[in-house]
Design a protein around this ligand. Structure first.
Ligand code: NAP
Length: 349
């Protein structure tokens, strides 16, 4: 259901896909640019920040606020300027024609001159009993967001890559002890991080170990993990106040396979102006960022994508574009006004 009851145009100026910080910011900026934008939330309303207890590092909120509160504020602000929100999930984008077509789980179909893709990423989950139920109650995927709440506590970090080790080091600022549980006896993390972790007295490694369940106590907060030794098969229990899971992230890229350029990890490739390889399609936030992954950076990328979208649509108008139902190759030809076009090799199936 759209919040805004006014009928939608036959062809949208822009559709934003995703309701994390990048999406809301793109919505705010395109709304303020009078583009009458439509944002389709996706099933994971609010994105990863919505599973964060408290956000303390987003500028402007010195008192901190919960992830869901921040999402609601961003939504409210964008709606105030005219963003229309659809609580629906995009199941397909058709980009080998222009206008582009967006289809949703509820059976709706939209046409749009431009798209801003903000479908984000999700942490790779352990997929063990207790994990889902205790998320936000001791199970976390973000040390930067939640580490502060574990001052004086003992923690478990799962994983052996850069993220696990870097975040374990960060958590030693608060915790009395951080155990890194890794499924092998050798870290994947870079040498500099390994060396720092080995030198840190608060960090202890538990090798060849996987977590098979997470236990919660009275009031449903984490009390421990059930472990299994990957060599001997021995099962044990480790008491802990919190579990931080860092076993990789998965970009939410199901819509883009064989359509848009992605890197080897499945992130959309954009240039500095947030442009994908297809003219008129922009991306922002963690679907295209595997480095920073902060609310503040996603907001900045959403802003940049929206500003570029506005410019792109203004250029289209200025060039006298009246196309409807044209082949995307013709459209790309027409869009030769946008610089760096040579970098945009077509990968339309
Ligand atoms: P990653 O490099 O893919 O590491 C994931 C870790 O989780 C690996 O150690 C892996 O074990 C383990 N793992 C995967 N699935 C598991 C499972 N089901 N159960 C238990 N353990 C599991 O992911 P990342 O650490 O998030 O890093 C992602 C990228 O960002 C990397 O390219 C990394 O270099 C980069 N990064 C860089 C920095 C930095 O430079 N400061 C910081 C963070 C991330 P195995 O080792 O056995 O496969």
């Amino acid at each position: 259901m759209a919040d805004n009851k006014s009928p939608r145009p036959a062809v949208e100026e822009t559709i934003i896909i995703g309701s994390g910080p990048a999406g809301w910011t793109a919505g705010l900026y395109t709304a303020r640019a009078n583009l009458n934008p439509l944002l389709i939330t996706g099933n994971d309303y609010g994105g990863q920040v919505s599973i964060t207890y408290e956000v303390e590092n987003y500028p402007g909120f010195p008192e901190a606020l919960s992830g869901p509160e921040l999402v609601e504020k961003m939504k409210e602000q964008a709606e105030k300027f005219g963003l229309t929100v659809e609580y629906d999930h995009v199941t397909e984008i058709v980009i080998d024609q222009h206008p582009f077509v967006v289809r949703t789980a509820s059976g709706k179909e939209y046409k749009a001159k431009s798209l801003i893709l903000c479908t984000g990423a999700r942490p790779r989950y352990l997929g063990v009993p207790g994990e889902k139920e205790l998320t936000g109650k001791g199970v976390s995927y973000c040390a930067t967001c939640d580490g502060f709440f574990f001052r004086g506590k003992e923690l478990v970090v799962v994983g052996g890559g850069d993220s696990a080790v870097e975040e374990a080091l960060f958590l030693t600022k608060f915790a009395t002890k951080v155990r890194i549980l890794h499924r092998r006896d050798e870290l994947r993390a870079s040498k500099i991080l390994r060396d720092r972790a080995f030198a840190n007295e608060k960090i202890e490694f538990v090798w060849n170990t996987v977590v098979t369940a997470i236990n919660g106590g009275e009031g449903a907060s984490v009390t421990g993990v059930i472990t299994k030794n990957t060599i001997t098969g021995e099962v044990g229990e480790l008491k802990t106040d919190g579990v931080f899971v860092y076993i990789g992230h998965l970009p939410n890229n199901d819509l883009y396979h064989s359509k848009l350029h992605m890197d080897e990890d499945g992130h959309l490739i954009t240039d500095k102006k947030m442009r994908t390889n297809v003219a008129g399609i922009f991306a922002a936030g963690e679907i295209q960022d595997k480095v920073f992954k902060q609310v503040a950076t996603s907001v900045g990328q959403g802003c940049a994508a929206a500003m570029q979208t506005e410019k792109f649509l203004a250029d289209l108008d200025a060039e006298g574009y009246h196309g409807a139902g044209v082949d995307v190759r013709e459209f790309q030809e027409f869009c030769s006004f946008t610089p760096q076009r040579a970098e945009r090799e077509l990968v339309v199936a």
